[in-house]
Design a binder for this molecule. Sequence first.
Ligand SMILES: [Zn+2]
Length: 71
Amino acid sequence: MLERLLCKLFNHKLIVIWSSKVSVSQKLYCTRCKRFYAINYDSETFFPWDYSFELMKIGENKNADKKINGC
Ligand SMILES: [Zn+2]
């Protein structure tokens, strides 16, 4: 609880977990409040990471695998 308050006051301590190769999105992790977030630099939006982002990430990884297999 204190960590979340610190994040509100001083912003999150974010590290990049994953970067999308087809868009300008990244999965971020806050080392202070121990939560995942998604950022999109195109629309300058910042959200808590949720299931829909996880599906997008999985879908993109599947496409990447197909490309490797197709070569
Ligand atoms: Zn945080």
